[in-house]
Design a protein around this ligand. Structure first.
Ligand code: NAP
Length: 309
């Protein structure tokens, strides 16, 4: 039986794995289907991780984390957890291949996934000209014009990144002020090839058999439609949490969630179910920063060790 099952291999899961194994837990397995590192590995420029003076990619930032954890005995199982249940004091972790493992405690650190904006053509052209990862797909649009939808930190940071590859970036936002940090707004405004297209709604992304050929936006003030003929559209409109493993057979959830599906935890990252913890973006009030997710992971691990003790 595992002492701790960690679900998710981003900054929260990895840091929990490091603290739990270094703190003396013997059987700790991190379930992560892909390469550990988490969603931040899709970010192109990080400049606010403490102690890292240089701007670096998310991939570079996370590069050494898995190895550091494995040194202290964290095991990595490359499988996806489909469900966590609890019977008495024991949790059962079921993976999508149908295998089960018992655990004395569980940490949910599954993070979040890009949210859909909900415009016409979004599903049809997803992966065929619509992308949620500038680092992965930006290069396909080298020296071409692209549009980017959103007005938060992710949107503006990725607009700046794309402006270095693409000939022009249309930054399409539904308001005329941004949610992003002031320094990020400043960077964006300094890029001569970013055109702000604000106070608009995306009417549709259209294309043909080969993919996207453009998008239509509608001015909220005049109702005028503007056609942007671009082969690529990037969407950064926030994220939805991944709480699926907590869903029980009867449709209820193993622990308490808020109305957006975020896991309710206390300051020890403890959920409403003893032995079940949550850390990182999946929890309520998450600041959605790598440093905060890592801090959550450490906090959870310290308290899990105490719980098991
Ligand atoms: P976010 O801050 O929630 O911003 C989402 C943006 O998308 C908002 O501008 C929002 O418009 C817009 N939007 C939402 N739904 C939309 C829709 N259906 N159609 C069109 N536009 C829509 O999301 P995020 O940028 O992904 O950031 C998430 C969190 O991570 C934030 O807390 C952010 O600070 C943090 N983050 C931090 C960094 C960093 O510190 N370096 C980098 C990335 C993310 P409105 O403004 O009108 O609501």
């Amino acid at each position: 039986m595992l002492d701790l099952a960690i679900i998710g291999g981003g900054p929260a899961g990895l840091t929990a794995g490091l603290y739990a194994t270094r703190g003396g837990l013997k059987d700790v397995t991190m379930f992560e289907m892909g390469m550990p590192g988490g969603q931040i590995t899709g970010s192109s420029e990080i400049e606010n991780y403490p102690g890292q003076g240089e701007i670096m990619s998310g991939m570079d930032l996370m590069q050494n984390w898995p190895e550091q954890c494995q040194k202290f005995g964290l095991k990595h199982e490359m499988s996806q957890v489909s469900r966590v249940t609890k019977n008495g004091d024991i949790f059962t972790v079921t993976t999508s291949d149908g295998k089960t493992q018992e655990a004395k405690s569980v940490l949910l650190a599954t993070g979040s996934v890009p949210r859909k904006a909900g415009f016409k053509g979004e599903n049809e052209f997803f992966g065929r000209g619509i992308s949620t990862c500038a680092t992965c797909d930006g290069f396909f649009y080298k020296n071409k014009e692209v549009a980017l939808v959103g007005g938060g930190d992710s949107a503006l940071e990725e607009a700046v990144y794309l402006s270095k590859i693409c000939s022009k970036v249309y930054l399409v936002h539904r308001r005329d002020t941004y949610r992003a940090a002031p320094s990020t707004i400043e960077h964006m405004k300094a890029c001569e090839n970013i055109e702000e297209v604000t106070n608009v709604t995306v009417e549709e992304v259209y294309g043909d058999a080969s993919g996207v050929t453009g998008l239509k936006v509608k001015s909220k003030e005049s109702g005028e439609i503007r056609d942007l003929a671009v082969p690529g559209v990037f969407v950064f409109v926030g994220r939805d949490v991944l709480n699926e493993p907590l869903k029980q057979e009867d449709g209820s959830f193993l622990c308490d969630l808020d109305e957006q599906g975020q896991v309710i935890v206390d300051l020890k990252m403890k959920t409403s179910v003893p032995g079940l913890y949550a850390a990182g973006d999946v929890r309520i009030d998450a600041a959605k920063q790598v440093v905060c997710a890592a801090g959550d992971g450490a906090t959870a691990a310290v308290n899990i060790i105490e719980y098991l003790g």
